[in-house]
Each structure stands twice: as structure tokens, then as C-alpha cells.
Design a protein around this ligand. Sequence first.
Ligand code: GZL
Length: 319
Amino acid sequence: MNKFATVIMAAAAATLLVTACSKGDSSQIKVGFAQVGAESDWRKANTESIKGEADKRSNIDLTFSDAQQKQENQISAIRTFITKGVDVISFSPIVKTGFEDVLKEAKEAGIPVVLFDRGVEVSEPGLYKCLIGSDFVEEGRRAARWVIENVGENANVAELVGTPGSDPAVERKKGFEEIIKDHPGIKIIKSQTGDFTRAKGKEVMESFLKSPEADQINVLFAHNDDMALGAIQAIEEAGKKPGKDIIIVSIDGVKSIFEAILAGKANCTVECNPIIGAQLFDVVEKIHAGETVPERVYSVESVYDSKNITQEVVDSRKY
Ligand code: GZL
């Protein structure tokens, strides 16, 4: 049974909270994981999935770091893992660029890397073994298709974008725009980042509702449910009815948005499965055993709205 001990390490510019299981058994696979942060319900469920799965596997010795949504902390944590001489490094890159140097350092140290949840842009091949996670472009396409099928051919869309430069933000936008480009009556008339957080989503939606275009907005497309939930609060405080005056479409599938859809305050969520810890350690074990692994492992996901959400479905959600 893993026992997580918390080890506080002072890094150059910030203190990283690194939790390490204290098994220390040399027969185990030492895995260093650098998480984005705890910015959303999705991320918290994702972290629980990683730690919970490591706890179940007596052959895994997990050192976990929370970068608090700062790229420099993620890079610092990866360098700490290299110094520690872990067997495998895994992380969810907060943005797509800026990791090439540290990935080269891991390669030079002979430590394989598994990308988890989000991808990176690198010029050199072979800097990571596998990317495990969702097809974000398809998630954006699914959101746009839902708008066309359920709102129709005319919509003025306000968009809450995820963390600028992050894989999910770039790809979800790409997928949404790929579909609406063939439907000229559907226009994105406001677009700004809410950084995947509820607080920022509320703040940006408040600014949209004070803008000259406020009364034209009839659809909100949020890159994650947390920003949508913040926006719902802003819409209500502005005296409008979320889910009716403004149709709410978002991505993740967290329990709170299911409850909002059941209450008629949101309309659609495109599932993005965070419970992928088992896939991570299956790949880690294969790499450690010298087996080949697929370059890409995709999550299986659905689209949910008032037609397939019941109280039983809400109660059965794991995140
Ligand atoms: C998507 C993940 C995103 C979620 C957000 O796989 O990277 O990051 O959609 C989270 O909720 O912040």
C-alpha cells in the first residue's frame, strides 16, 4: 500500500509541493509526474485518477508535483525528476511550446517521457514515447455540430477560450471553427481566455455582457465546464436566463455541469475523460519492460445534453 509523504522542495523561483510515495523499493518503477495544477474540477479528477491508480499498483513509486499553472514550475519539476534518476517521466504540458530543451535533457539522461492529457510542439522526433489523452479537435467539432443541430443555422457565439497556447484551447477552437466555417450564419462575435477557471470565466462573461454586442449573444461556447459555470453565474447576475436566453455549450463533462443541464441552466457538455490513470501506468509498465508502446492512446468519450442526462446519470458520474 503506497504511503504518500509530502516533501517540500525549494525550487529557484517557487516552492514546489512534491508528494512522493515513500516505498523506496528498488524493484519498483520510479515515476515522476508533473501536473498542470488544480485549476478545474476536471484537473482534480485527473490528479485523483493518477494518484489512485499509483496507490493500487505496488510496483509503482510515484513522485507527484503540482506546477500551480506555471510552466517554469513544470520544467523545474522535470529537472528534479532527471536529477533524482526516475525511470519514467510523465506530465501534462501546460502549453504546447517551451518544453523542447527539458525533453532533450531527459532524452540525454536516458529517461523516457510519456505525455499525458496534453501534447507539445517539438521539432526533434523521439522526445517522448507516447501521448495519452483526448482528441481535442474532435471535441471542438462535436460542440459545433451540437450547436448546428440544436440551435440552428443562425447563432452569435461568445467564446471562453482555455489557457492561451495550451493544446486543448488551440485544438478545441480549431475543431469548432472547422465545422462552423461551412455555416456562415454561425459567428463567433466575442472571444477571450478564461484560463480554464470558474473565476476568470465569470469575469470575462461579465465583460461580454457589458459590451456593445451583449444583446446579440445567444450561444456561449466555453472550452471547459468550469468557465461555463462561472459564466452561468454572470448571466444570472445580469438578469438573463442561462440555458434559455444564452445557450451554454462546454467541454469536460464534470458533475456540476450535468447538474446545471438537469436544472435547465446549461445545455450541452462534450465529455473529456480525466480518469486515465490506468492507461498511464499500463504504458509506463510496458516501457519499463522494454516493450513497444503506441504513439497515441485516445480516450473514449460522449456528448451529453438534456436528452440523455437524468438524475441517475448525474448520480453515476465519477467526476
Ligand atoms: C483537457 C484538459 C483541460 C480541461 C480543463 O484534457 O487539459 O485542462 O478541459 C483543464 O478543465 O483545466
